[in-house]
Design a protein around this ligand. Structure first.
Ligand SMILES: Cc1ncc(COP(=O)(O)O)c(C=O)c1O
Length: 407
């Protein structure tokens, strides 16, 4: 794996320098943060901290510039047509709540249909369900295949002329399977529906091109992409954002307000009520620059190699079943598995005793777990900065679990 200097990369993370014994395989929950991201946030607060947009003094202007430059970095990263297509939020969940509330107000009438998939994270399921309840709309579920993938032809069959919105994940946080968002978007558009993609898992691991896939809205969180917690993104096509009403209201999102009328600002500002997370946005921009410095193609390649290395070994362990596709290339760093007769919480507790961090439970995808008939699973999730030695330790520990439990 000479295309990536893994030792050098690991030295850029304080956590890996200090917690040498830790094997961190819970990257789908959140990623670790390199020094340059933490430094960028610190520098913002040391040198540029004032309330953006409020003051006309130099420091406030510097804060505004830092925030708006970060928006431009995100727009370029996604290949958006314009920085105004980037709305900063707290996280993917807030982005999806904004999308569901605002699109619901804009275009959903009683009896209309919203299609979501059964493999959605609760963050891309509950906002649509609560909006549908409010509007008297119908939620329809697109089932996934055995590999966790969504079939565009199945979407086509499910849609009717009452379907106004399709909201689907670009990559399942349980299966790791990337969906063909471009094909799903083409189907949605052919039926005049708007398509919203949840990119929380896809954006950190693959190259994203919103103009190529032609999604109308795309949500993701900074913290899964080396950035701080508390900063997220909703990308939206300019024309659509223009029509969408605000989600939260308050300071700095209006043109003017009197007791009689409110005139909202243009997008993206009408969606960013109150003091913004400028430090978080700066951290996100730095994280993107760091990832681009390594190269998103190199990151995907490295993660594919590590996934294959881990999956080939995991499947050899007696009593282990990996959920989803038998092909490593369909997992994109996510290996969700069952250990025969051992509860996932025991699996993760034994791993934790060995200083190996994974996640157990339904991974905020309870309807999906019901659909596949397994109440809970254990998930190891890999990022480019993981090493083969870490995978070896994880596999060794997993292979001992059934013995430790008396099987
Ligand atoms: C696919 C997917 N969507 C949405 C989310 C929600 O992300 P956040 O908790 O950062 O809002 C997650 C988090 O794990 C996820 O995996």
């Amino acid at each position: 794996m000479s295309f990536i200097n893994i030792d050098g990369i690991r030295r850029e993370f304080a956590l890996f320098r200090e917690a040498k014994d830790l094997v961190y395989l819970d990257n789908s929950a959140t990623s670790q943060k390199p020094d340059c991201v933490l430094d960028a946030v610190r520098t913002f607060y040391e040198k540029e901290n004032a309330n953006p947009f409020r003051g006309i003094y130099e420091l406030s202007e510097r804060a505004t510039n830092a925030y708006e430059n970060s928006r431009k970095t995100v727009a370029d990263f996604l290949n958006a047509a314009d920085p105004s297509e980037i709305v900063f939020t707290r996280n993917a969940s807030e982005s999806l709540n904004l999308a569901a509330f605002s699109l619901g107000e804009l275009m959903v009438r009683e009896g209309d249909e919203v299609v979501i998939s059964i493999s959605e994270h609760h963050s891309n399921m509950l906002p649509w369900r609560s909006m549908a309840e409010r509007k008297g709309a119908v939620v329809k579920y697109l089932n996934c295949g055995k590999d966790g993938g969504l079939e565009p032809s199945e979407l086509e069959k499910l849609m009717t002329d009452r379907t106004t919105i399709v909201a689907v994940t670009a990559m399942s946080n349980v299966f790791g399977k990337l969906n063909d968002v471009k094909a799903l978007a083409a189907i949605a558009h052919s039926k005049n529906a708007v398509i919203v993609a949840d990119g929380a898992q896809s954006v950190p691991h693959t190259k994203t091109d919103v103009r190529d896939t032609d999604v109308d809205l795309l949500a993701f969180s900074g913290h899964k992409l080396l950035a701080p917690m508390g900063i997220g993104v909703l990308y939206g096509k300019k024309e659509l954002l223009k029509k969408m009403p605000p989600f939260l209201t308050g300071g700095e999102m209006i043109e003017r307000v009197s007791t009689e009328e409110i005139v909202y600002s243009e997008a993206p500002h009408k969606f960013e009520a109150g003091t913004v997370n400028a430090g978080g946005a700066v951290g996100l921009a730095q994280a993107i620059k760091y990832l681009e410095g390594i190269g998103m193609e190199n990151i995907a390649k490295r993660e594919h190699e590590l996934t294959e290395y881990a999956m080939n070994r995991l499947r050899m362990v007696p009593g282990i079943t990996v959920i989803g596709s038998p092909k490593a290339e369909d997992h994109n760093g996510i290996l969700t598995f069952k250990v025969e007769n051992v509860h996932p919480h025991d699996v993760s507790a034994i791993l934790a005793d060995n200083n190996i961090a994974v996640r157990a439970g339904h991974h905020c995808a309870e309807p999906l777990h019901r659909f596949i008939g397994i109440p809970s699973t254990t998930r190891a999730s890999i990022m480019f900065y993981n090493t083969e030695e870490e995978i070896d330790r994880f596999i060794k520990c997993v292979s001992e679990i059934r013995g430790l439990m008396g099987y």
